[in-house]
Design a protein around this ligand. Structure first.
Ligand SMILES: *Cc1c(COP(=O)(O)O)cnc(C)c1O
Length: 435
């Protein structure tokens, strides 16, 4: 499969190049030249397959020319080694839990798959692959744990001091092995600027083989389609084959993968994008005008994105046709107050403790059902384990959370972190002197 750029439909690059470049020089995003159509017979019988079997079938449809089948099968067995269960809260509303991977967030799907794909492609070269990543929280943990112990790779994570939760910080700083953490005395934007400057520094690129683990990487998008098919398989096993997915959205990568799955033949009735106050896409759907604005801070901070970078992919999937888009995507926006109330209500009504992102998705699914009564399965996506967001959840509800074993163990590990000011020379010197 070849890939083009959303800014240049005539461009053709290999999967390998798309993975290592992350984004084309023209600043568009890579898209598959053709959207593979899954065999209708496979979809009709999908409830017979495991998550790993489904994942392999989909991945092969994109990259069978690029990675040998037996290697791809191993990559998937190794990367997607945790479940994505659909759990029913009531007869017609279910939650798709995507937080059973090592960082307890859905980003594990993308990061774990991408790390192994990168390791495979760089296997022939003997130069270490240096991944630089700036994080405001969840991405860093998924990337760190995704690359942990993957041969031939090393990850350097920059995060803003005091601006990530305790568990997130432990996930970034207690790994050892091939993972290094740097705390920057600044903001997430400062971290991102330092990383960007490193990528554009010729001297550094001569000495190190740098790559980004950016969320717009095509190797992160493809594995996120897996769980949409798998959720549908689980519903089908229960006798239902009509589904509406509600996705808590920030950078619109998750829902973009859902829409890609739909274009591959997954029968989905509607997608609902639920956002926090960062409502650039909901405003666009209403007005047809794309007007990004600076991000505002909310309880659901992994969705605090004012200019969602994956949106152009979705536009491209729908040929930039607003009416077609509206036919498939409904949007809702929620305040922090509504998010808090939803977390309380989920706990009160269903004894379900949700993270703020998940609570926003639940609100969206309820709003859509209110406006479209009918007998379809309403599935909202749970993108993170609630234990990662202690400050956003009331103490009373938080006390009900059963901490995963891995989280308890984090507290016993040694924290190793460098602390730097916002100073490119200091960062660069560290990279050069710590090869
Ligand atoms: C990243 C993230 C989101 C947003 O996903 P996008 O793909 O950026 O729309 C939602 N919830 C959690 C917990 C996340 O980490």
């Amino acid at each position: 499969m070849k890939f083009y750029s959303t800014n240049n439909k005539a461009l053709r690059v290999s999967f390998k190049d798309a993975v290592f470049n992350s984004l084309p020089a023209d600043k568009g995003l890579y898209m598959p030249l053709e959207i593979p159509q899954l065999d209708p017979y496979f979809i009709k019988n999908i409830q017979q397959y495991s998550l790993q079997e489904i994942a392999f079938t989909i991945a092969q449809a994109f990259i069978e020319d690029d990675i040998p089948a037996d290697v791809l099968r191993n990559i998937i067995a190794d990367a997607i080694n945790f479940d994505a269960p659909v759990k029913f809260l009531s007869s017609d509303t279910a939650v798709l839990e995507l937080f059973h991977g090592p960082s307890y967030a859905f980003k594990d799907f993308g990061a774990r798959f991408m790390s192994r794909v990168m390791a495979f492609f760089s296997g022939a070269d003997d130069k270490l692959l240096d991944v630089l990543v700036a994080t405001s929280g969840d991405t860093g943990g998924a990337v760190a744990l995704g690359f942990l112990g993957v041969a031939g790779t090393r990850v350097t994570i920059l995060y803003p001091k005091g601006k990530v939760s305790d568990i997130q910080e432990l996930q970034l700083t207690t790994n050892g092995q091939n993972i290094r953490a740097i705390e920057i005395d600044g903001t997430f934007d400062d971290c991102q600027a330092l990383v960007k400057r490193a990528f554009n520094d010729p001297e550094l690129n001569e000495q190190l083989r740098l790559t980004s683990a950016n969320s717009i990487n095509i190797a992160r998008l493809i594995p996120q389609t897996f769980y949409y098919f798998y959720a549908y398989a689980q519903l089908k096993a229960q006798g239902s084959d009509r589904v509406v997915f509600t996705v808590p959205s920030g950078n619109f990568g998750n829902i973009g993968a859902g829409l890609l799955a739909f274009k591959m033949g997954l029968p989905v009735e509607q997608f609902v994008a639920a956002t926090n106050a960062n409502d650039t896409v909901p405003r666009f759907i209403k007005s047809g005008k794309y007007e990004p604005k600076p991000s505002v801070q909310t309880l659901a901070n992994a969705m605090d994105v004012g200019d969602p970078s994956n949106w152009v992919r979705i536009q491209d999937l729908f040929d930039y046709n607003l009416d077609n888009l509206k036919g498939m995507i409904t949007t809702y926006t929620y305040t922090d107050k509504e998010t808090r109330a939803a977390m309380e209500q989920l706990h009160h009504t269903y004894h379900y403790v949700a993270c703020p992102h998940t609570a926003i998705a639940w609100l969206g699914s309820q709003a859509y059902r209110g406006e479209h009564p009918g007998s379809y399965g309403s599935v909202f996506l749970s993108t993170a384990h609630p234990c990662k967001f202690p400050d956003a959840i009331s103490e009373q509800v938080f006390s009900k959370i059963k901490l995963p074993l891995g989280v308890e163990q984090l507290h016993n590990k040694d924290k190793v972190v460098e602390a730097f000011p916002v100073d490119y020379a200091v960062f660069k010197n560290y990279l050069i002197t710590h090869k």
